[in-house]
Design a protein around this ligand. Structure first.
Ligand SMILES: [Zn+2]
Length: 158
């Protein structure tokens, strides 16, 4: 999946999340969350030297690619846990302005990247180091879209 697809998927996903009113953020906080999530929606591809981010950080991407491979460690739940605690530590330690929305943006951007990659035929190793590849089939995707639509309609009447 290319960078444009990841940005589109991420933006739609954040708008769906915003409309469900699960997270309580102000307009400024939502905008910061959206921008951060877009930036981090291609971060997991740091494991691929030819990807847009991997190309800019060739030393790191070549190292990760050589030792772990593409769509393995940086596309796993383990990676999400590491990023969650690492970014939380950095943001809260330095007490950055709007650090909660930046933190959510980082995590949601990475999650959206992984979900989008699961729509491709290659899938991802979500439970890395277990080698099983996770991918959505079209029927499952159809059910998810129907559920989102129903929940959204239900939400409008609340
Ligand atoms: Zn990827």
């Amino acid at each position: 999946m290319n960078i444009k697809d990841h940005i589109i998927f991420n933006t739609i996903s954040i708008f769906v999340l915003k409309n469900f009113k699960i997270l309580k953020f102000s307009i400024i906080e939502w905008n910061i969350l959206l921008i951060t999530s877009i930036i981090f929606s291609f971060f997991p591809d740091i494991d691929h030297p030819i990807s847009s981010i991997g190309n800019k950080l060739k030393f790191i991407s070549t190292f990760i690619n050589k030792f772990f491979g593409h769509r393995k460690i940086t596309h796993s739940i383990l990676f999400l846990i590491i990023i969650y605690f690492l970014s939380k530590y950095i943001l809260y330690k330095n007490n950055f302005y709007l650090n909660k929305s930046i933190h959510y943006g980082i995590i949601l951007g990475c999650i959206n990247h992984m979900l989008a990659d699961m729509l491709t035929k290659h899938g991802i190793c979500l439970l890395w180091p277990i080698k099983f590849k996770f991918k959505f089939n079209k029927f499952f995707l159809f059910i998810i879209i129907i559920l989102i639509f129903l929940l959204y309609t239900y939400n409008l009447h609340q």
